[in-house]
Ligand binder design. Structure first.
Ligand SMILES: NC(=O)c1ccc[n+]([C@@H]2O[C@H](COP(=O)([O-])OP(=O)(O)OC[C@H]3O[C@@H](n4cnc5c(N)ncnc54)[C@H](O)[C@@H]3O)[C@@H](O)[C@H]2O)c1
Length: 340
């Protein structure tokens, strides 16, 4: 069988988790990479002996590419995805799906119209601990969820925001700690709850970063239609990157997640634990919290293309989290409860 031909736009910090995951898949090959900074694209192309582009539209128009990975700043995800889908490509884009909800809707509409596949990266869903939590909640062994909370205490110094022209801006990043750092955790919690959201209330503030526009703190509540309340506190000024925690209180026990490790404690005192495992794909030194999930999600995406099925994390699935994120910003900016 002929190999599936992949290309990537955006050879910045995250891109190697895509390219190196593709490289270990036997039936996929990287044929081209693009970055507006030529040296970045050339460096990646040298690793995979592939073509270099600096114009992403020109690359999307090539007939010998089947899949485009997008690892660019947030404001580019929607236009690049739609253009690639309309030029016959399947697309796997990094999180967040988009900045605006309407843009995420337009991405899904383009996927439906063209019949091409759209996937969105939320790699932490594939962590063994996340899968344990999801399966345990679905099994009913813990009874109903009573409430849940998550906390993210990370550090993003001024130098983090100064290194490019998109972080820290409403127009290009679309927000701060919610849409960039905490989106994975908020997505996990929403996925675990497996219920439609009733309303959200959020406070957002920029407390310690006078050089940026967006929030470095968010706290609030997400209330589901079954009455379950989930709470969050997220900061980007803690002094180090603490392990993220998620706690879920249930009728017959509780769940505690710290980083990727999940601990389920049942009412009889028995405990199940699951942490990350080694996978064939890459990790990035010093970025342990990015986890090892890219490999599994990239592999699932290519399996779905081969079978003609939706990937586990399709655009249709990811837009549910996009809707929640946009509602949190609306609430944070207006000070009002936002009904979904
Ligand atoms: N899943 C995760 O855990 C995770 C972790 C980090 C970043 N990300 C996401 O990955 C994406 C990229 O983040 P990053 O940290 O790698 O950013 P980055 O700024 O390091 O890289 C972005 C790259 O895109 C290139 N680019 C920008 N505009 C372009 C254009 N018009 N045409 C071609 N190339 C262009 C830049 O030159 C840069 O090399 C973001 O969506 C971010 O949220 C995800």
């Amino acid at each position: 069988m002929e190999k599936i031909r992949a290309a990537l736009i955006g050879c910045g910090h995250i891109h190697s988790l895509h390219t190196r995951a593709i490289a270990v898949l036997p039936d996929v090959e990287i044929v081209a990479v693009c970055d507006e900074i030529r040296e970045r694209a050339e460096k990646t192309a040298a690793e995979f002996s592939c073509r270099v582009y600096t114009d992403w539209k020109e690359m999307c128009e090539c007939d010998d590419i089947d899949v485009i990975h997008i690892a660019t700043p947030h404001y580019l995800h929607a236009p690049m995805t739609i253009y690639a889908l309309e030029h016959g490509k399947h697309v796997l884009t990094e999180k967040p799906m988009a900045i605006k909800y309407e843009d995420a809707e337009a991405m899904n509409e383009a996927a439906r119209r063209t019949g091409n596949t759209l996937g969105v990266i939320f790699q932490n869903r594939t962590n063994p601990g996340s899968v344990l939590v999801k399966e345990t909640l679905e099994s009913g062994k813990l009874g109903k969820v009573k409430c849940a909370k998550c906390a993210l205490y990370w550090d993003r110094p001024d130098s983090y925001y100064a290194k490019d022209n998109w972080h820290g801006t409403w127009e290009r990043e679309g927000g701060g700690v919610i849409i960039n750092q905490a989106i994975h955790t908020l997505d996990l919690l929403r996925w675990f709850m497996d219920e439609e959201i009733d309303f959200v209330e959020a406070n957002i503030a920029n407390r310690t970063h006078p050089t940026i526009e967006v929030e470095d703190m968010a706290e609030g509540i997400i209330v589901y239609k079954n009455g379950v309340r989930t709470m969050f506190h997220l900061v980007n000024y803690y002094g180090e990157n603490e392990n993220i925690t998620i706690d879920i209180l249930c009728e017959k026990g509780k769940i505690h997640m710290e980083a990727a490790k999940a601990t389920v404690t049942f009412e009889d005192g028995s405990v199940i634990e699951r942490d990350n495992e080694t996978v064939p794909g890459p990790t990035v030194p010093g970025k342990g919290y990015w986890g090892v999930g890219h490999y599994k999600q990239v592999a699932d995406f290519y399996e779905s293309i081969k079978k003609g099925e939706m990937p586990a994390l399709s655009g249709e699935e990811a837009i549910k989290t996009q809707k929640m994120i946009c509602a949190l910003y609306q609430s944070g900016k207006t000070g009002q409860r936002v009904q979904l």
